[in-house]
Design a protein around this ligand. Structure first.
Ligand SMILES: [Zn+2]
Length: 376
């Protein structure tokens, strides 16, 4: 029996050990004898049995997150928690009554325990500054909780191969509005490389958003063969860890992508293209040998304006492959980024230019990219 001027305060072992080092604690306050009792059965005065009842479920929820993926590559992690204000109030009440100073607070202990479990179970490292996964745990007054996880953005290097003509590289801007939500709608639109990329990346990582960076573009009528044209995708707040790399075949578009580090982007952004161009002439070809000779003078430095800046690139190889009536097929090995239609027709200033080299009006009917060669 506890009589009226005796007060027992029950604490769970976590709250007790955090605040008290001695076995038995009591004092008299306003003629009431107050004693602190370490309990396993009664409800803890500070945490309402949070440590024993709720914390294990939170840890389980975090450990089951799909963002951990396979055990091969363990992400760095940070944990943040928001706890009910009443926890602080109750702890402060006890601490001021018993003049407790310098002990760690309840929130710190919760964080330490969750981190400890993660380190043990997932063998992951804690990184407060730049973690790959950041778990935010919010605990409500009734001890309900939510766990939100934000994953750090990452980058993909992709390659696309276009096996049929009449496929746009990019989606028209009006198409983008709902591109992240409805795949059914996407399927009804005009086909584009961007659409295939979005669909594959979204379904692999379930991110909040993706940003595609192109390394150049070709005509909608152009084929892109060989190893395919590189592109980059920034994957923002993925909800699933997904694979490290993937190959996807979607009708006439073959895609592949794999995770890379941000500082590798520059390396993959510069490359050469092997191109076949079908050129239409204003007149019939009379002297193939002469044209063959002239076309070689495309080799060397090419100067043109790009985004209002004088830009220089190189052509390494140029050859007449075929000539028929008023059409030429030429093969080029050149730096990515040279505007091919301009190089042939010269409607915009570019030096050299096929029209002026052959001294007849040339027009690019179409061009295909046969391969992409990364710079070493
Ligand atoms: Zn407690």
């Amino acid at each position: 029996m506890v009589n009226s001027n005796q007060l027992q305060i029950h604490l769970c072992k976590f709250c007790y050990d955090r605040n008290f080092s001695k076995k038995k604690i009591s004092l008299v306050k306003y003629s009431v004898s107050v004693s602190i009792v370490k309990t396993r059965i009664q409800v803890c005065y500070i945490c309402r049995n949070f440590f024993l009842g709720t914390l294990p479920s939170i840890v389980k929820g975090i450990l089951n997150s799909e963002l951990f993926g396979s055990t091969k590559c363990v992400p760095t992690v940070d944990i943040g928690t928001r706890i009910p204000f009443i926890f602080y109030e109750n702890e402060d009440y006890i601490r001021s009554m018993f003049q407790i100073k310098g002990a760690i607070g309840i929130k710190t202990q919760i964080n330490l325990l969750i981190r400890e479990k993660l380190r043990k179970n997932k063998k992951c490292f804690i990184d407060h500054i730049n973690p790959e996964l950041k778990f935010d745990v919010v605990i409500n007054n009734d001890l309900d909780f939510t766990v939100n996880c934000k994953a750090k953005e990452f980058y993909l290097l992709g390659r696309y191969v276009k096996l049929a003509r009449d496929i746009h590289q990019r989606e028209k801007s009006w198409m983008k509005n709902d591109s992240q939500t409805s795949f059914e709608l996407i399927d009804k639109r005009e086909k584009s490389i961007e659409q295939s990329i979005r669909k594959s990346v979204m379904s692999e990582y379930h991110p909040e958003e993706i940003k595609i960076t192109w390394t150049g573009s070709e005509d909608r009528h152009s084929l892109v063969l060989g190893t395919g044209r590189p592109f980059f995708v920034k994957v923002i707040n993925p909800k699933v860890k997904g694979t490290d790399g993937k190959k996807v075949s979607e009708g006439s578009v073959d895609l592949q992508f794999r995770k890379i580090k941000q500082d590798q982007i520059d390396y993959y952004g510069k490359y050469r293209v092997l191109v076949t161009v079908l050129v239409g002439l204003d007149e019939k070809v009379n002297n193939i040998g002469h044209f063959q000779y002239l076309i070689k003078s495309l080799i060397g430095e090419v100067t043109f304006k790009f985004k209002n800046r004088i830009t220089k690139r190189n052509i390494y190889f140029a050859k007449l492959v075929n000539a028929e009536e008023d059409k030429l097929e030429i093969s080029l090995d050149m730096d990515n980024g040279i505007p091919i239609k301009q190089l042939i027709g010269g409607n915009e200033p570019i030096n050299p230019c096929l029209s002026s080299i052959l001294k007849t009006k040339c027009e690019c009917i179409y061009f295909d990219i046969n391969d992409v060669i990364l710079n070493k």
